[in-house]
Design a protein around this ligand. Sequence first.
Ligand code: SIN
Length: 328
Amino acid sequence: MDGVRPMVDMTTQLATLTLPNPVLTASGCAAAGRELHQFFDVAALGAVVTKSIMMRPRSGRATPRMAETPSGMLNSIGLQGPGIDAFIDTDLAWLAEHGARTVVSIAGGHTDEYVELARRLNGHPAVSMLEVNISCPNVESRGQVFACDAIASSRVIGAVRRAADPSLPVFAKLSPDVTDITLIARACADAGADGFSLINTLLGMVIDTDTMAPALGGGTGGLSGPAIRPVAVRCVWQVRRALPHLPILGMGGIRSGLDALQFVLAGASAVSVGTAVFGDPSAPVRVLAELEQALDDRGFAALADAVGYAHRRPADRLVPEAAEVAAG
Ligand code: SIN
């Protein structure tokens, strides 16, 4: 770095939605952005992705709900939230007032609940996109993890796509806990998904060796943080290769601009910074600055040129400036 601000075109496209930059929050890690706003202007991000909202208020799972793991954490929140009416009146109103682009994450126990949520959000000026969370691991029944089954996934995504305002991109948030994520992605694409959020947490468990029982009240939880980054990058890579025409919002253990760059090179058009904000609330804006610098260092004039770059044949891969970086 020479202290000169890089001049990279950081705008990005998630289906019909144009964002000024590719760094977003991750659902569940920044509530509706209010707390982070003490540290930076949330309108400076590509968008705020809100905690998954359900129709009715929900208290979530038994405590304890968090456990430390090597290079990560487990959560077992259980989709705690105020319900859609309070969310629209308070959180969405606050985001609109502060000029933040908003991706609303919706979650349901059955297809009709997702449909009703999409309808309630139609026409709200603050909503830029819907992220359909079909992959929360912290539900009573594994049958409710729709993203573990191609037919269940396509049913939910198709119904939401039909119910939602046609101008709103509908992204399916998928689980890595499947044998072949591209089969689920294809089913969602066929049902009308405009893109994908990859990935949700992996199902995990910690046993407390003093109590000799599961550390989390809910028993199992979702693993996030740097420990899952290689899994997330692999999922982005596979889905990009299978469905190169559909945009990807990548997430999973992003802590730095170089972490974000891995996702972009694998095929993500934007990234969400999640678990990192618990230790460093300013992480999203720092990651954005670092990503811009990393792109500049490698000779990219625009973020869009780097999306999926790692899929190029080796002979086409190195731009001259990147060759210099690689050579040190
Ligand atoms: C939760 O509220 O349990 C987490 C949501 C998710 O991982 O989708």
